[in-house]
Design a protein around this ligand. Structure first.
Ligand code: ATP
Ligand code: MG
Length: 415
């Protein structure tokens, strides 16, 4: 099937991508360096799926080659000499070039020690067989598959398989990556891979919060993240992040609803739904473990706190101004999370009204206008503005004239 890969290459790559990798192949050949397309894009070409990330590996100086390539095709070049990597951005494409390297791990969870190596070494340090294939780009053998671990066969059998038994110990983030690919493609974990994963779930503790969070964020970028979360829950991986996290049917329903309401839900919204059943203290632990950035933490904690108070919205006579008074303390994304999570139709309706309308309501008169009407500056002015705002929310005023009249009435009462 190695011959077939050239045909599929045409199907999966844009003419621009194809021209670019051909050029890279020619430049590398002039320098007598091996050059390959690697990783996810090769897997996706074989699956006939679109993928616009071009990852290239060069057996030699990738940075120098990237400089020549950028001169030929145009585009912005960023070189990281220390890592032997470079990135070229053209109008439509991003190309990553890296020097082929071999890796070893000093201890579980450590970042690997890196040395220059061959394409075989470079593929051997990868996560799964289906991600450990390369396509040759040299003009002589353009499009020929390099597949030392049987990735193509595993693609056909729909299996996610690690390359060696220590893989999850070396880098436990691979356990989260495994369920992400498994669920994205509708594959299965290969039996011994699944056993090793189950045996090593606690190795997730060796991974820094930033790295665990990054993998979780990648899961949340999937089309249907709930699938990988369910699997991660069943395998005990979610429990390793926090014992109270669940990837159950409730979460599936709520994630689906989140996509109905916002089409592409922001990660913070998904995180808030994932942690919805946790109390404030539990959320704080989860936030600390994953070193959540401030904006996401705020949404998670706001949701945990608001959850305790939304039931007060469940009364039919509560005026909009009172609902706004309660909700304005909380970030809009946390209000959205509670709207999605709540089981009460009235609460949901109120929260959506708040998000869509109430929170945008502004009075016609501002502070200047009030002063012209004779309101002295000072605390009284603030109180009147607030009262006007509430009157508008509750439908007691409809126009600037209504507001003016109300202010005049208040002023005359004061006298
Ligand atoms: P996606 O479609 O999700 O982008 P991808 O395969 O391109 O999938 P990346 O995260 O972009 O995944 O990584 C590129 C390649 O780097 C992978 O295909 C894999 O070969 C390798 N890789 C990434 N993370 C790891 C890891 N933790 N351990 C080993 N290899 C990894
Ligand atoms: Mg990728």
């Amino acid at each position: 099937m190695a011959g077939n890969t050239s045909i599929q290459l045409e199907k999966s790559l844009s003419p621009e991508s194809r021209a670019l990798i051909e050029k890279a192949g020619e430049l590398a050949a002039e320098r007598r360096l091996g050059i390959y397309l690697v990783g996810g894009v090769v897997r996706d070409i074989l699956l006939g799926r679109a993928n616009s990330d071009l990852d290239l590996v060069v057996e030699g100086d990738a940075a120098e080659l990237a400089e020549s390539l950028a001169r030929e095709v145009g585009g912005r070049l960023v070189v990281h000499r220390r890592f032997g990597t470079a990135k070229i951005r053209t109008k439509h494409l991003v190309i990553d070039l890296a020097m082929a390297r071999s890796e070893s791990y000093d201890h579980p969870g450590a970042l690997p020690t890196v040395r220059p190596g061959s394409i075989q070494d470079d593929l051997a340090r990868r996560d799964f067989t289906v991600n450990a294939m390369a396509l040759r780009l040299d003009p002589g053998d353009f499009g020929k598959l390099v597949d030392p671990f049987g990735g193509q066969k595993d693609l056909e059998s729909k299996l996610i398989r690690i390359l060696h038994d220590r893989s999850f110990i070396d880098d436990a983030t691979r356990m989260l990556r495994a369920v992400r690919y498994e669920q994205r493609f509708g594959f299965r974990l290969e039996a011994s891979t699944e056993n090793l994963l189950r045996q090593n779930v606690t190795m997730l503790r060796t991974i820094s919060g930033d790295r665990v969070r990054h993998e979780l964020e990648l899961i949340l970028k999937e089309e249907r993240p709930e699938k990988a979360l369910k699997r991660a829950g069943d395998l005990g991986l979610l429990g390793e992040m926090h014992p109270a996290l669940k990837g159950n049917g409730w979460l599936k329903k709520k994630f689906e609803k989140a996509r109905e309401v916002t089409s592409v839900p922001p990660p913070a919204l998904y995180f808030a739904l994932l942690t919805y059943s946790l109390g404030v203290k539990e959320c704080e632990d989860f936030i600390a473990r994953l070193r959540m950035p401030r904006a996401v933490s705020r949404v998670i904690l706001d949701t945990a706190r608001l959850r305790e108070r939304v039931l007060s919205l469940d009364s039919p006579d509560l005026p909009p101004s009172a609902a706004c008074g309660l909700l304005q303390e909380y970030s809009p994304t946390s209000v959205m999370a509670c709207a999605i999570a709540s089981d009460s139709a009235l609460v949901q309706e109120r929260l959506h009204l708040y998000l869509d309308r109430w929170r945008h309501v502004r009075t016609s008169l501002d502070g200047n206008a009030l002063q012209k009407l004779g309101v002295p500056s000072g605390p009284r002015l603030g109180e009147i503005l607030k009262a006007l705002h509430e009157a508008k929310l509750d439908g007691k005023t409809r126009s600037k004239e209504d507001e003016t009249e109300l202010v005049r009435c208040w002023l005359s009462q004061r006298r």
